[in-house]
Design a protein around this ligand. Structure first.
Ligand SMILES: *[C@@H]1O[C@H](CO)[C@@H](O)[C@H](O)[C@H]1NC(C)=O
Ligand SMILES: *[C@@H]1O[C@H](CO)[C@@H](O)[C@H](O)[C@H]1NC(C)=O
Ligand SMILES: *[C@@H]1O[C@H](CO)[C@@H](O)[C@H](O)[C@H]1NC(C)=O
Ligand SMILES: *[C@@H]1O[C@H](CO)[C@@H](O)[C@H](O)[C@H]1NC(C)=O
Length: 512
């Protein structure tokens, strides 16, 4: 079953975003975040603060004062004539040139120069460089376009260059993600894809007045079906001033595999999910310990608040591997990646879409697994469709041989720079449900907690009964457990999935 799990602490991802795009920004990269309207991927907003590195910002601020050279202020770059600056800029590499464009409006326009960018473009994508497999059609395009540099609006070749760089990353990722493990239905090389894309994650805390705080993740745990990403810090904004939290994947726009990713280079943001922080209420609270209370916001976000101050202690995002890399790299800063459309494979089997499911369930926290189970050949009947859901029974109450223990002391471990702890009876649950062709049908990774429940009918157990419930827009999971005092362990005595019938009809082209 589970093999090759490992921890990746990607410290080099901790470089904070330090790119501030000038007014107007870089337009959407064609063919990439092209679905997204307007300037995609990069954000420039007043009051955006990138904790830690404010260098560029300060330098930008200083840049606004155009100073004449004098005895006190020797000749500076800014006071030079445009022709000289253009000459100097022509020696810069793409990343430096982009950063230079962030200094002020004048530098931005100069650093957009098509002659400089077409040189960068043709050097990078020239067929002479063996890394780049440019076909002859593209070669011709380059040389033809060279003739028409002046026809293009300023910044055209910069955008082309960025778009092409992004497209090459996208193509490399698609190649790496193609081989699928027949047992898990998930890409074999997700970890490698994470490495080659230089992918990291940020949360963007937005204040009600529009101010934003971008936080780079502190810790990362990768297992076979999901990744857990953790943020904490001491100088976080006050919760009362915040309105939303955006979870985004962040990738370097230019990835030079021979060099470690630069901390301050341009980054691409891909929105994964948006959360409303006014949802941190009693109804979303799932557990607590001495110091903190935890809240679960869908999809998969865990927020810990200090009990006493009611302030943010940590944020933990749980992302399932299914489409993880695509969601984290191919969206834009404002529009999430849209899953490719699904075309149902038609079949006239009367029970089509109701059988041949395979489920993998993990319950874990902090790299410790309480449950790892695979269940094959799951099926249901038309008769068990009720209230828009079809019921898929995985572990039967009545059949003792199917019951499973949770291994170890179940708890959700958390830590911050000052305290750490473990919230009893909570954990992360990963669900990977494959259809009869072995394709991922429903995947999720979410914090869950056990609640005391009254025993259902069925055999009488000698112990307290608990249940775990998960609900989202596609289905529900209901688990029943019994605490066995003698052996001090939880036993799963019932596990049932409820799948939205609309989802089944959409996936299989059926009409139940
Ligand atoms: C999950 O990851 C942790 C740390 O990353 C590792 O110690 C653990 O062995 C992994 N668990 C499994 C079941 O692979
Ligand atoms: C968040 O939720 C609150 C209450 O449910 C609502 O008033 C507010 O408009 C929401 N904010 C956003 C940004 O969706
Ligand atoms: C969160 O708030 C939104 C409204 O802003 C509401 O539609 C949604 O149901 C809330 N979710 C939870 C889990 O309370
Ligand atoms: C009980 O479960 C076992 C193991 O899954 C299975 O082999 C057996 O047929 C089941 N018995 C009944 C009565 O369903």
């Amino acid at each position: 079953m589970a093999t090759g799990r490992g921890r990746l602490l990607l410290q080099h991802w901790r470089g904070l975003l330090a790119l501030h795009w000038p007014p107007g920004g870089v337009g959407a990269a064609p063919g990439l975040a092209g679905e997204a309207p307007g300037p995609a991927g990069f954000r420039k907003r007043p009051g955006t603060s990138y904790a830690g590195t404010a260098t560029l910002k300060q330098c930008a601020r200083r840049g606004r004062h155009y100073k004449q050279p004098s005895a006190d202020h020797p000749a500076s770059l800014e006071s030079m004539p445009s022709e000289i600056l253009l000459k100097i800029f022509s020696y810069l590499d793409a990343v430096t040139l982009l950063c230079t464009g962030c200094v002020n409006r004048r530098f931005y326009h100069l650093a957009n120069d098509n002659f400089i960018w077409i040189r960068i473009y043709s050097t990078a994508f020239s067929p002479k460089i063996s890394n780049w497999q440019v076909n002859s059609a593209e070669k011709t395009t380059v040389s033809m376009n060279l003739l028409s540099v002046e026809d293009k609006e300023a910044g055209y070749w910069k955008k082309e260059y960025i778009a092409k760089q992004r497209a090459s990353v996208k193509a490399a990722l698609a190649r790496v993600l193609k081989p699928v493990n027949p047992y898990t239905g998930l890409p074999v090389k997700t970890k490698e894809a994470l490495r080659i894309s230089g992918l990291g994650w940020v949360i963007i805390l937005k204040e009600k007045n529009g101010k934003e705080y971008i936080m780079q993740h502190i810790d990362l745990l990768i297992n076979d079906s999901s990744v857990t990403i953790i943020w904490y810090g001491r100088n976080w904004p006050q919760l009362a001033t915040l309105s939303t939290l955006d979870l985004c994947g962040v990738t370097p726009v230019f990835r030079d595999r021979s060099k470690p990713p630069s901390k301050n280079g341009p980054r691409w943001l891909s929105l994964i999910a948006k959360y409303n922080l006014s949802n941190l209420t009693e109804s979303t609270m799932i557990g607590w310990d001495r110091l903190i209370r935890i809240f679960c916001l869908h999809p998969g976000l865990l927020v810990g608040l200090w009990k006493r101050e009611e302030e943010l202690a940590f944020v933990m995002a749980n992302l399932h591997f299914h489409h993880l890399v695509e969601k984290s790299t191919l969206g834009s800063a404002t529009v999430p990646y849209e899953l490719p459309p699904h075309t149902p494979l038609l079949d006239d089997n009367p029970e089509y879409g109701l059988h041949g499911y395979q489920l993998h369930v993990d319950m874990h926290s902090g790299g410790v697994f309480y449950l790892c189970g695979t269940f094959r050949n799951l099926f249901t009947k038309k008769g068990s469709i009720e209230n828009g859901y079809v019921k898929l029974v995985v572990i039967r109450f009545k059949n003792n041989t199917e019951h499973l223990p949770l291994i170890g002391k179940v708890g959700l471990s958390w830590r911050t720079d000052v305290f750490s702890g473990c919230i009893k009876s909570c954990s992360i649950m990963d669900i990977t449900l494959l259809d009869e062709y072995g394709k991922p049908f429903w995947c999720l990774s979410s914090p869950v907690c056990m609640r005391s429940s009254v025993p259902s009918d069925g055999p009488n157990f000698l112990g307290q009964t608990y249940c775990v419930d998960y609900v989202d827009s596609e289905g529900k999971v209901h688990v029943e457990l019994v605490w066995i005092k003698e052996t001090e362990e939880y036993f799963i005595v019932s596990l049932v999935l409820y799948l939205k019938i609309a989802k089944i009809n959409h996936w299989f082209g059926t009409a139940y």
